[in-house]
Structure formats: C-alpha cells, structure tokens
Design a protein around this ligand. Sequence first.
Ligand code: BDR
Ligand code: CA
Length: 312
Amino acid sequence: PRPIVIDTDPGVDDAIAILLALASPELELVAVHTVAGNCPLADATGNALRVLELAGRADIPVHAGCPRPLLREQIFGKFHGRGGLGGTVLPAPRQGVAPGHAAQRLIEVSHAARATGRPLTVCPIGPLTNLAAAIALDPTVAAAWDKVVVMGGGFRVPGNRTPYAEFNILADPHAARMVLNSGADIVMMPLDLTHQAMATPARIERLRAAGGRIAAAVVELLTFWDRGDIERFGEPGGPLHDPTVIGYLLAPELFQGKRVHVDVDCETPERYGHMVADWYGQTDRPANATVMTKLDAEGFFALLTRRLAALE
Ligand code: BDR
Ligand code: CA
C-alpha cells in the first residue's frame, strides 16, 4: 500500500476523509498530524483520536503540530459546530497523543519512507502550517515526498470564508506559499472541484441504506453539514471537500485538471489567501501545481459509499 500522512484539523469533512483512508487497502495511513484550523489544536487532536477510536484504529499515532498560523492572526472555522465535529459524539479515545511534534515527525517519516523506495504522499486537509514548519526546519523534506494532495484554494469559485479566499489557505496564506514554492509535486482540490462533491440528501440516503456502523456515524456527521445553501452550491446538501483528497489517490480517473502556476496573496490583509492561477500560460512562471476542476461526482460517491459501508 501507498504510505500517506493526513495533516488535519477535524472538522466534519476531515473526519470522513480519515475514515475513507482507513477503509482503503491501497493506502497505509502512517500517522495523523493535527493543526489548528477549524478548531483550536487541542480540539483537532482530540477529534482525530476519536475518529481513529471509532474505526478501531487506535494503533495509528496522532501527532499534534502547530497551534497557530506562521504570521497572520488566528482564525477558526465557522461551520463545524462546537468542538469541530458538529456536535456528534464520537467514542472517547483510549489512546493519547503520540510524542513528537507533527512537523518533526513529518521530516522523519518522509526521509524514512523515501529510503525504503516507497515515498510518502502527504495529504493536508487543513491549514498548511505543519508542512511549512517542516520545510523551514528541513528544506530537503519536500524532495522526499511522492506527492502533496492539498484541499485548498479557489479560482473560479474564489472564496468560502471571504470573497477572496478559501478557509485552509486564508487561515495560513504564508504557509501555503511556502508549500507551493517548495518544489513538491502538488495536486490541489480547490472549491471549484469540491463544490461538485455534494453530499445531497439522496446520496446520504444511499449511504445509510448501504449499512454498517461507520456509515451510520458518517450519516450522523452529515446531518450537521447541510446548511441549506442551495444558492451557493446549486443543489441541497454540503460539500465533502476533504474526502476528495483521498478519493483522488484511490481513483484519479474521476478527476480532471490542469498543471498551472498558482500564487497566493500574502500581502493584502483583506485579500489574504486569494489565489491566482495562470490558466493560459500568460506568464513565464513555471507550473507548480496540478489544479483539479472537474469531478465525476456520482463515481466519487459510489466509491465513498462502497468503502465506508465495508469498514467495520
Ligand atoms: C476546508 O475548510 C474546512 O472547513 C474544511 O474542513 C475544508 O478542509 C474547506 O474550505
Ligand atoms: Ca479540513
């Protein structure tokens, strides 16, 4: 299996992304790293431990990372309810947080994986602070990665938290710029793509009908996720941003995108996190990311439903 680390701030859709990874034999979830984002770091870490407990995978270590962004003042998410998981009660974890800072562990695991010939794929689904800290501590770390598959950003759909910016990039734009400039092979899942991954009532019903304890927990998480904002999304339900990162590793044929140069505004505070892509090669800046823009949503949900229903 392909070794991955999920770097996360759970978060309803983060929790579902973790469960999808656990349900997928093609992937080996080496560790879960936590970062402040949707909620404060301590809540993110507790939630990550609870999700692993729910899936009976307390053997996977959770390392806590950065408690605040690199430079900007801190912001938290708005739509994940108190404590970050929409009020859903997941089992109390028996496992504690593992020793070692997430950024330091990322460096160690990355080089170790590279040395075995199976390089690590990094899956950041929260602000990019831990990845940036790892790059600052060890500028060679990015060269050890197979890929970085990021949920973040927005282009034709520029923002979900400000008119300009998507939350993960907005919450730490300076970190995002460091990662984009690191030389890593980056694949981005921006809002343009994730707003096609709508957990509609019909899809949630199919998940419920597919059965299983984990699917039932996900259905419960998703009841908090529908903000009834049809104007924004074009259909009822809520977007499953973060699970698209894992979906891409499992079935890249469901995704279409383009390799382009991407930059992020770190200069203008009210436009922090605004992303610009050179879609048509109008500058001489070399491409630094593959930006996904089109999802086969039915294929994605069929995969998610099949996998979650089979996870015991
Ligand atoms: C991103 O922000 C968070 O609220 C979600 O978990 C996702 O990672 C979407 O903008
Ligand atoms: Ca997230």
